[in-house]
Write a protein that binds this ligand. Structure first.
Ligand SMILES: O=P(O)(O)OC[C@H]1O[C@H](OP(=O)(O)OP(=O)(O)O)[C@H](O)[C@@H]1O
Ligand SMILES: Nc1nc2[nH]cnc2c(=O)[nH]1
Length: 183
């Protein structure tokens, strides 16, 4: 979907499709330099990272496997509380494998912290995080290597897979949602 259909709902387009895809290709190259001939498992966090995971896999200049997890992060107000429920588990056996957790946005970091500790119990060879966007107040999650596409401001971002109440995931750009669109 082009942004013109919902332009009135958007405060600012922060990343165009071209900027996102160029960065995704660079991230895929950086990851490939880390793994070389070892094929990592990309674990995409549904639904926000569906678009990013598929584009990252297609840009990856080597073998990768793709798996999916779906989570529900509970919120207090509109911030994550750290309480996460698994809605759909990974079907790939990650024991002994190099895992890349792929998410669209890291905000508080609590969802990612939960995911890292949950996947660590399955004895992967390594865990790396790859997030397209990182908000300013992200909590640290230990020494897990982290690749980030773009550091962004605090506003609610939609598009390129990210939603507000199920809408805007099919926007090709990433944009800050205007305050009046939350109402
Ligand atoms: O760092 P945190 O504060 O924990 O937030 C990050 C989480 O929020 C987003 O998902 P969201 O809850 O919007 O659900 P969605 O994947 O269905 O879009 C994102 O994809 C992360 O999973
Ligand atoms: N869609 C969306 N989900 C989020 N979860 C945490 N931050 C964000 C954001 O900016 N956009």
């Amino acid at each position: 979907m082009e942004a013109s259909h919902v332009a009135g709902d958007l405060e600012t387009v922060i990343l165009t499709e071209e900027q996102i895809l160029a960065r995704v290709t660079a991230l895929a190259d950086e990851l490939h330099r880390q793994y070389e001939t070892r094929a990592p498992v990309l674990v995409g966090v549904l639904g926000g990272a569906a678009t990013f995971t598929v584009d990252l896999a297609r840009a990856y200049p080597g073998q990768v496997e793709i798996g999916w997890m779906a989570l529900k992060s509970y919120t207090t107000g509109n911030r994550a509380s750290g309480s996460v429920r698994l809605l759909k588990d990974l079907e790939v056996d990650i024991a002994g494998r190099d895992v890349v957790i792929v998410d669209g946005v890291i905000d508080t970091g609590l969802t990612m912290r939960w995911l890292i500790s949950s996947l660590r119990q399955r004895d992967p060879a390594s865990i790396t995080v790859c997030a397209l966007l990182r908000k300013p107040d992200t909590a640290r999650f230990g020494d897990t290597p982290t690749f980030v596409g773009f550091d962004v401001g605090p506003g609610l971002i939609v598009g390129y897979g990210l939603d507000y109440q199920g809408q805007y995931r099919n926007l090709r750009c990433a944009a800050v949602l205007a305050a009046h669109a939350y109402a």
